[in-house]
Design a protein around this ligand. Sequence first.
Ligand code: GDP
Length: 478
Amino acid sequence: EDHSSQPTDIDKEKLLDGLLAAGFDEVSCFSRYQSFLYRKTSPYKPSGYLVSKLRSYEDLHKRCGPNTQSYINALERFKSGHTIHSTECRYLVWISFSGLGNRILTLASAYLYALLTDRVLLVDRGKDMADLFCEPFPGNSWLLPLDFPLSDQFNSFDMKSPQCYGNMLKNHLINTSTDSVPSYLYLHLAHDYEHHDKLFFCEDDQNLFGKVPWLIMKTDNYFVPSLFLVPSFEQELSKLFPEKGTVFHHLGRYLFLPSNPVWALITRYYHSYMAKADERIGIQVRVFDSRPGPFKHVMDQILACTLREKLLPEVDLKDSTVTPLNNPRLKAVLLTSLSSGYSENLKDMYWEHPTVTGEVVGVYQPSHEGFQQTEKQVHNRKAWAEMYLLSLTDVLVTSSWSTFGYVAQGLGGLRPWILYKPENDTTPDPPCRRAMSMEPCFHAPPFYDCKAKTGIDTGAVVPHVRHCEDMSWGLKVV
Ligand code: GDP
């Protein structure tokens, strides 16, 4: 009998090259150890350093997480307002805020920040976090206990809150050279944040945070690109991610495991409509327009992009190629949108006319919810399932500015074609372009040089942090 502890190839694949820890109970979260059956093996391998960092974070989380003695002690000190720095556990509380795509990106950003600063990440469950995701860390929950003292104030936290870091700075209630720090700080990193809160991305301010046992964060932005510009994080980040543009790809697959009800939606849909295709094409249509749509200029754009880039075959409008092949190649298009018009149009086109390549094209759209309904459970389950299904395609087309698309591209390890944002109801020309990397875009980055204390173009500081394809002022890691 061979008792060798060498991992087999299947174990390696199943654990995503060491991203996932072994030994979880499979029944409580089927997606954890089944995802490898649905996705091609990623060409991007996590570094050994990242894998060991994840394992040591898991130990920290077990030791300091909810209901441990360390947590109980830290909570006592939190309530009493005393701060003792030394060996006590420090925490980062992530507030549930904004649409689901945004939340997935901000939670990944918060987790990376926790890794870089040796903090324990605790997740405010909001309406549905516990319903949508499995627990990612073994042995203890990532959910913030319901009796956390400030939970009922999370909604009202904003730039003007008394414990808001930027607000305190502005009012000279705190400064970066102080030794006496409060037991917690609220970090406001939402899109409407102003200069003082943006100093989060400066080294001196980071040094101050190091002394604060509890940080509470609200954000709707993927702020990872700007972490790459903080000198004290630079070296650690390049060890964790030698391939720079893989941050969300690795952390996303590690953290975001669909819960069993969502996994059921994903796998049923996949087997029904995607599994048998020779090629799968995802098209994510997100139209930021208050009118209901569908819009002709958007439909024209989808066709112009997919045909011109040869992602989909042309149709023969003269219907001259009449004899269908015996066993034609099948392309499955998974189109997601709040409106059903685009997929109906595409479906009709490929039914009414033959393709010039002889391929057949199936067009599928899981839901058409009409409008965003962030507070509804089934709606969010479907939104999560659709992001995940898009990530299982071979070729992906996404919409500008949409975090929904960023999640899909990152999980899938896909460099998408991005549909440019239409202006004045006109189809953009060119209609789309290939993304530089699969990383999400940070929509509201700071443009500040902390040392020189002046404005700078933060997209021109290092070669691996650049302006985004879909938003000229955004930043992304490439
Ligand atoms: P973003 O606004 O595109 O950056 O993405 P978010 O996910 O943060 O917010 C958009 C929300 O609208 C989603 O979470 C869904 O609730 C809904 N939504 C937008 N597009 C779709 C779609 O194609 N399918 C489904 N099911 N929901 C969508």
